[in-house]
Design a protein around this ligand. Structure first.
Ligand code: ADP
Length: 541
């Protein structure tokens, strides 16, 4: 080999904020916080505060490779810790407060975290689980000095004495940086340990125009949680582009988001569909418009077409994204191409709204049949979606086994198609596909279609045991407040859009349960309604 003669500087997370603090020093960072006035600051100040936080963490005796956990919302202190902790070689475990207590305890113990930093309204959760935490030696409250009475050590008081500069160490780029857990929809949560290298490369890819396409003119309000797969890498991609950040803390309701959009000129946001359902409800009810908001990325679950149409008529473009904790999480983003644009605006939008996204450099993808044979990229053939790339996991934290096949592919557990333009469309999660009499019904397609029926807020579909067909779909419908939607209305709407054999055997009008990561909780729906069909069958046949 003839070695290349370029600088061998490791990819490092602190360099992302160092860059933003130098190239976009006065660009603003605005943050809501729990029971505090709005925080108004900038990159230069955040970098200094990260240095203070790093000194403080070091003063606690933490060593390279040690894990610390946060139980924190989308706010500036959490953002600073995203750089301070990995910057000194610690691993930041962003615990998910929406997990059931047992799972939350499991993740913090499994991470082996020595320090826990929590927002002040997480204290109740902490007090509930404190006895069961095996490795936590110190608890710090992420709050200002004025309000620490009766709380654990206050973050501001702890960092205040330290210098605003830090001699950041040069770390191995493969060192662990973030520990994110899957939400454990099957079994215990599993830890995915991102490295400096994977985070930086993922950030670069996310910032590209074919993905999130950030520029320094963007005002970005992350509404995907910082604790869920690093808010889809937004903190890193945003710093690389020098965007203005607006952090909503824990206030994701329509009124709070609308207020921030209007006050701060937010141009870009992202989050799971549930948040945008609430937002659209709110602006419709109050007769407002999205103002400066121009783009919204939505993922985590399939985006109902109606949601994209609704945003579009209000002047906001919707891009769907697909990913998972195991992929850092960005896999694909639905952005256009000249070949797609040539098909005309309507076809272009339809394609973008009904596909999860387009393949991007760095994330190899293929679909395979049950025997592992590759399937064509024709938009028709659907099979198991396998991915490979520098920000895809190799093995779960504390596991001795690789999670990959012999050729290095990771099976996502999703079923999808890929078309000739490189767009991927999820048809279902492997475990959610409904097998009815040897044929497959896509629960996602049925949900999306039902969500288009006027008055329907959320539709959820699961397959449950049926004595004759093996499985048949049932549907849960949650309606918009004040809407009158009946079984008959939903059925006659579905009849216009789906084959007869896709028609749900029963429709229940009730609240749709959600998981800790904002997805429809299909496991609990299956448990709740597991006997809904065979009992009915017994009686009626
Ligand atoms: P969990 O911990 O529940 O696995 P993740 O966020 O890692 O949480 O979930 C990843 C899964 O979410 C994917 O495998 C896929 O099934 C689903 N998902 C993510 N984005 C989309 C999308 N745009 N459309 C449909 N499903 C999606």
């Amino acid at each position: 080999m003839l070695p290349g003669l370029m600088q061998d500087r490791p990819l490092s997370i602190i360099d992302i904020l160092r860059f933003a603090a130098s190239a976009h020093a006065t660009q603003e960072i605005i943050s809501k916080n729990v029971d505090e006035p709005m925080w108004r600051s900038n990159y230069a100040a955040s970098f200094k505060r990260s240095a203070q936080a790093a000194h403080m963490l070091q003063s606690l005796g933490l060593k390279t490779g040690d894990r610390i956990s946060t139980l924190a919302w989308n706010n500036h202190r959490h953002f600073e810790l995203f750089f301070a902790a990995p910057g000194i070689g610690l691993v930041l475990h962003t615990a998910n407060p929406r997990l059931p207590d047992d799972h939350l305890v499991y993740t913090i113990n499994h991470a082996g975290s020595r320090v826990l930093l929590l927002d002040r309204n997480m204290i109740e959760i902490y007090n509930r689980i404190a006895d069961r935490l095996e490795t936590v030696e110190k608890v710090i409250t992420l709050t200002d000095t004025a309000r620490t009475e009766g709380l654990y050590d206050g973050y501001e008081a702890l960092i205040a004495p330290f210098p605003e500069a830090f001699d950041w160490p040069m770390l191995d780029e493969n060192a662990g940086a973030f520990l994110c857990y899957t939400s454990g929809t099957t079994g215990d949560p599993k830890g995915v340990l991102y490295s400096h290298r994977s985070v930086v490369l993922h950030g670069f890819a996310a910032a590209l125009d074919g993905a999130l396409g950030f520029s320094a003119f963007d005002v970005v309000m992350p509404c995907q949680s910082l604790y869920h797969a690093t808010a889809w890498g937004l903190p890193f991609a945003g710093c690389m582009a020098g965007v203005k950040f607006v952090f909503p803390c824990d206030k994701f309701d329509g009124a709070s988001l609308q207020e921030l959009i209007a006050a701060e000129g937010v141009t870009f946001s992202g989050g799971v569909p549930t948040i945008w359902t609430m937002y659209l409800d709110y602006i419709e009810r109050t007769g407002q418009n999205p103002g400066s908001l121009k783009r919204v990325i939505i993922g985590g679950s399939a985006v109902p077409r109606e949601m994209a149409v609704d945003f579009d008529r209000r002047g906001v473009s919707v891009q769907q994204i697909w990913g998972m904790t195991e992929t850092s999480p960005l896999g694909v983003v639905a952005t256009s191409t000249p070949a797609l644009a040539e098909r005309g605006r309507e076809a272009e939008l339809d394609h973008i709204w009904t596909r999860q996204g387009r393949m991007m450099f760095g994330m190899e993808m293929k679909i395979v049949d049950d025997d592992g044979n590759p399937l064509p990229h024709d938009g028709e053939a659907s099979g198991a979606l396998l991915v490979r790339g520098p920000w895809v996991l190799e093995r779960y934290y504390r596991s001795d086994e690789s999670a990959l096949d012999a050729d290095g592919w990771f099976d996502t557990g999703d079923i999808s198609t890929i078309d000739e333009l490189g767009f991927m469309r999820i048809t279902d999660r492997k475990k959610d596909v409904i097998k009815s009499g040897g044929e497959w019904i896509s629960s996602i397609d049925l949900e999306n279609i039902a969500a288009g029926c006027p008055g329907v807020r959320i539709a959820a579909v699961v397959g449950i045991f049926h004595p004759k067909w093996e499985e048949r779909p049932i549907m849960l419908i949650e309606c918009h407040a004040g809407s009158e939607v009946s079984d008959e209305i939903v059925r006659s709407y579905l009849e216009q859009h789906v084959p007869k054999w896709w028609m749900p055997d029963r429709i229940f009008f009730e609240d749709v349960p959600m998981t800790a990561t904002g997805k429809i909780d299909k496991k609990s729906i299956r448990v709740r309604h597991k006997d809904a069909l065979w009992k009915k069958e017994d009686v009626s046949q």
